[in-house]
Design a protein around this ligand. Structure first.
Ligand code: FE2
Length: 711
């Protein structure tokens, strides 16, 4: 008789423990143990507990391959979910095995875990282990299915599948997915006073492993309810009509001012700040160097001479690489929406900017349509105060639409969802890339499902607040995805292509590049450990199925996009993984966290425009400006959303923080530590730099970046 020492760790949070009966079977190269009940006197599997047991066995089992966990009814107690973190087993010869689990186990079922060393399909030779991989993926592919949300969209999670599976008898035996922690509260509700209905019902059927935790849900509600009730009480959420005066916008959020939102309200009219936002605002990806003016934007040197100053000519400035263009052509065909019974308007501006000797990026000229002519004047800083401010505000409205729909939702949320789904469907728990990527998928499926149920749905918040509505959103995302290129998602390539490598004071670029390189170095260490050669990448059939599914489901198989449909070398794999981790964490922080800061002063980011763009100069006034901006209730609805999504609800995990130890070998452990060390250095550098700035740029300070798209 020999004894195996087994330790079982239960998650250290609310409701992680279980009263159910738990047994184990150990499976080794020389046989398997009898099923053994893990039972002490007193309470087993309490939250945060690490319970030790002895499992007797007639003979040594050889090398341990699998651990089978059985969760069954205990006496008369009702079934409850259990979050198992990990299990360790010490064999009679002293050999120690660690079995990472990090998942909820619901219902009565058996679950097989592999010991924690990362293994690709090429590493496995035993039929038992190869079959185990297949079974695991088959079960996941039954649970996590793709759905077409709208034509031309990246495919997304089919939530209804959970509902259907739940009603089938064998569901609890097929759910096998790790990820999030803590189950959400079990009720369906809408937020009191909040303008959008939260259809929690559709979320209730989601696998516990991808749902928001109790902490996160509660924190989200606690952020939302006071703000929405405050507005409701003051009658703002229901008030139609124009703002009486601009300053009234400041009164929306009496308690939610930030130093940046105050700075914006102070400087929003200034040209340097208008230019600054192209670099360090919420949409820092729009600007391109302009070497030649587009034919449909006939700006002359005389027009811009007052800004350039004596002795400077426009073409020379362009040749010198100091002129930049923001082109909103994608909005030209966007449908328009009705708000409060009024038809809204959309422009497709062209905006020319110049890098002045002082280092400020200054707007030179704005045309509010793609068709030049007498009906589409080119607005200049020398125009009347309200003409120029109206033109700039139109550009800010275009920024809002492109930022929210394309830069934010399409390029971070929706693509992150597709990366998450492909990872769940094609990489088993023991796969090193699963271990690497799973922390960067946390809560993404949940937050996008919430977004589809509350924002993107017909008559959802997008329909209630924006000039293009849901139809416009569908149009912009479809068109955006058609034009999206691999290089857009790879920061070094994107900066190079846009010609913005040498722009001064571009903190998004500076911080983003440091973190890109840190991620690349981390990923490179992991990849070189598990993939020593080109062949090892090419022969990993799970990896190839994963990348193919991303190509076909996220990028709809469009070869001209430049996205890979297969990966042939470790170098290609490193770039692809860096791109995924960067966009799921860093890029999302850059385009998400500042929404309240830059949008709370509504004229800086209007969600809609009620009057058409002026087609002649000299017709604008303060009143026409107020009558063009969104009405009071539309403004408040938008700002509530900004407030909500700019606060990452509690239960956060910042970039590089991996409390779930999926990797158990020393080498990846060292890589994680080196990554964390580098991120700490970057954070220090950012904080020192920010002390010298009037408006600090902290969105890419690593401790403030979430590991995944989760809000
Ligand atoms: Fe977001």
């Amino acid at each position: 008789m020999v004894l195996y020492k087994v330790k079982v760790a239960t998650g250290s949070f609310l409701k992680a423990g279980t009263m159910d009966s738990i047994s184990v079977t150990l499976v080794g190269t020389c046989g398997e143990s009898p099923k053994h009940l893990l039972d002490h006197i007193g309470k087993d599997f309490a939250p945060g507990a690490v319970d030790g047991y002895k499992v007797p066995c007639e003979a040594d089992l050889g090398e341990l391959l699998l651990l089978r966990l059985h969760k069954e009814r205990y006496c008369f107690f009702p079934q409850d979910s259990w979050y198992c973190s990990y299990i360790t087993v010490t064999a009679p010869d002293g050999q120690r095995y660690r079995f990472p689990c990090y998942q909820w186990i619901e219902g009565y079922r058996s679950l097989e875990l592999r010991q924690g060393a990362g293994r690709t399909v090429c590493h496995d030779t035993l039929a038992l282990l190869l079959e185990h991989r297949k079974q695991e993926l088959r079960a996941r592919q039954r649970s996590y299915r793709w759905k077409i949300y709208a034509p031309g969209f990246p495919r997304c999670l089919d939530v209804r599948n959970f509902e259907e599976m739940e009603s089938s008898s064998n569901y609890s035996l097929t759910k096998m997915t790790p990820g999030a922690q803590e189950t959400p509260p079990g009720n369906s509700n809408s937020l009191p006073g909040f303008p959008m209905k939260v259809d929690v019902h559709s979320l209730m059927h989601m696998d516990a492993n991808i749902r928001y935790s109790v902490t996160k849900t509660t924190s989200l509600l606690l952020n939302a309810i006071p703000a929405s009730l405050g507005m409701k009480l003051r009658g703002l959420l229901d008030r139609k009509g124009s703002w009486k005066k601009l300053d009234d916008v400041r009164k929306i959020f009496l308690c939610h001012k930030t130093s940046t939102s105050e700075f914006v309200a102070e400087h929003w009219r200034e040209d340097w700040f208008f230019g600054y936002q192209y670099l360090n605002g919420v949409n820092p990806v729009m600007l391109r160097r302009c070497c030649r003016l587009p034919e449909n934007f006939p700006v002359t040197s005389d027009m811009v001479a007052p800004v350039l100053g004596p002795g400077r000519r426009l073409h020379e400035e362009m040749e010198g690489g100091r002129v930049f263009l923001a082109d909103y052509q994608i909005l030209e065909e966007a449908p328009v929406n009705w708000l409060n019974g009024v038809c809204q308007h959309v422009a497709a501006p062209l905006c020319l900017l110049w890098l002045s000797p002082s280092g400020n990026l200054l707007p030179l000229a704005i045309q509010l349509s793609q068709t030049p002519g007498p009906d589409s004047p080119i607005f200049l800083p020398s125009d009347s105060e309200w003409d120029w401010l109206t033109a700039k505000t139109w550009v800010r409205n275009s920024e809002f639409l492109i930022h929210e729909n394309n830069t934010h939702f399409l390029c971070t949320h929706l693509l992150a969802e597709a990366f998450s789904l492909a990872t769940l469907r094609h990489l088993p728990l023991c796969h090193p890339l699963y271990k690497l990527l799973i922390p960067h998928t946390r809560y993404t499926l949940q937050v996008n499902t919430i977004a589809r149920a509350t924002l993107l749905n017909p008559e959802g918040l997008v329909d209630k607040t924006t000039s293009i509505g849901r139809a416009g959103l569908l149009y912009l995302m479809r068109t955006g995805l058609q034009r999206l290129r691999y290089s857009t998602l790879c920061l070094p390539d994107s900066l190079q292509e846009r010609g913005v490598l040498s722009l001064p004071n571009y903190y998004y670029r500076d911080d983003g590049m440091k973190i890109w390189e840190a991620i690349e170095c981390f990923v490179s260490n992991i990849v070189s450990y598990y993939y020593p050669s080109d062949t090892s990448v090419q022969r990993d059939s799970e990896l190839q199925a994963w990348v193919w599914e991303i190509f076909t489901q996220a990028f709809l198989g469009r070869e001209s996009s430049g996205f890979p449909s297969c990966l042939n070398t470790p170098k290609e794999l490193i770039k692809f993984l860096t791109m995924i981790i960067f966009n799921c964490s860093v890029q999302h922080a850059a385009v998400n966290s500042g929404q309240h800061d830059f949008g709370a002063w509504m004229p800086n980011a209007p969600s809609s425009m009620r009057q058409p763009p002026p087609c002649v100069k000299g017709t604008t006034t303060l009143q026409s400006y107020l009558d063009t901006l969104p009405e009071v209730n539309i403004t408040c609805n938008t700002l509530l959303l900004f407030w909500l999504v700019s606060q990452e609800p509690k239960d956060q995990r910042h970039l590089g923080h991996y409390p779930d130890q999926h990797f158990t070998e020393e080498c990846p452990g060292r890589s994680v530590a080196a990554f964390q060390q580098r991120l700490a250095e970057i954070s220090q550098e950012i904080r020192v730099r920010n002390k010298t700035l009037a408006l600090p740029y902290a969105y890419l300070d690593p401790p403030l970046i979430e590991n995944s798209v989760s809000i």
